[in-house]
Ligand binder design. Sequence first.
Ligand code: AQP
Length: 328
Amino acid sequence: KKIIFSGIQPSGELTLGNYLGAIKNWVKLQEEYESYFCVVDLHAITVRQVPKDLRARTLQVLAIYLASGIDPEKATLFIQSHVPAHCEAQWLLNCSTYMGELSRMTQFKDKSQKAGESIPVGLFTYPVLMAADILLYNTDLVPVGKDQMQHLELSRDLAERFNNLYSPTFKVPDGYIPKEGAKIMNLQDPAKKMSKSDENANSYILIMDPPDVIRKKISRAVTDTVGEINYTDEQPGIKNLINIISAITGESPESIVEKYNGCGYAQLKSDVAEIIVKELQPIQAKVNEYLSDKAYLEEIYKKGADKANYAATKTLRKMQKKIGLIPR
Ligand code: AQP
């Protein structure tokens, strides 16, 4: 079986973008691949987090994975900081990563601008930790959104560099951008992606938003003055709403456009809101159930950590040996 690895940062409450762009696809992929799904808490701390919120959100992300249909019997679910090999491998990879290539990462440029004068080193070396995450599991495919492709390219470069410097050690992973779950855009500015760390709460739908909040946010979503429902880049707000329907129901954008021929934006918006509510409500109920059973969550992440540690440590030992570190 081919191996996939993916993760989400508990850096904020998860959005509909995280769900449709990542988690919903993982549920299908776990049937076909040996899957590792991680809550990447070490990545989240590259931006300042309130400790008690980070703890709560880390468990909530795990509960969302389970509630969305990730099956812990099929996939390995774990918390990144429970597998120390990630940090150790990152150090080893840091030593063959160039300042220049990290400076070129667009996410670093964006986030360091927001960080002002004091830019944490962790923000700079973030992509090397991501490479370690991926390479430790001999990953074949990394399901990520388009926004993460630059980081994945770097993981490939680092894998090839290590293989050339020493001897073949890592599989060179491929990106996997699923057909469904196009990029979900910001509801207030459809030129930007929907993002959990956006300051404007109206710009995103949270997986845990109550139905009325979802309805309100969708009704306020920015559209245009064309007044006709088409699937085109000239109408990015409408296109985004159509993409949301399509990602949830599986219906093609063309057939959605046909269905709404002659309808107004209000009708489309109210339908989108109901489709989202119907999709998220059962998940929300399950998330709350899981969160009320901390012992079960603990059982899942401990079992996941054991499996992940076994696989990751094997690769780490290989790296250490090839570099010339003495085995203990
Ligand atoms: N808007 C989106 N549409 C589709 N997919 C998305 N993803 C994120 N936003 C969208 C996918 O979710 C996964 C996890 O992302 P992450 O938590 O590692 O960080 P991110 O990509 O930076 O997501 P956010 O929500 O924008 O987080 P912040 O605001 O903390 O930076 C990835 O597979 C991503 O493609």
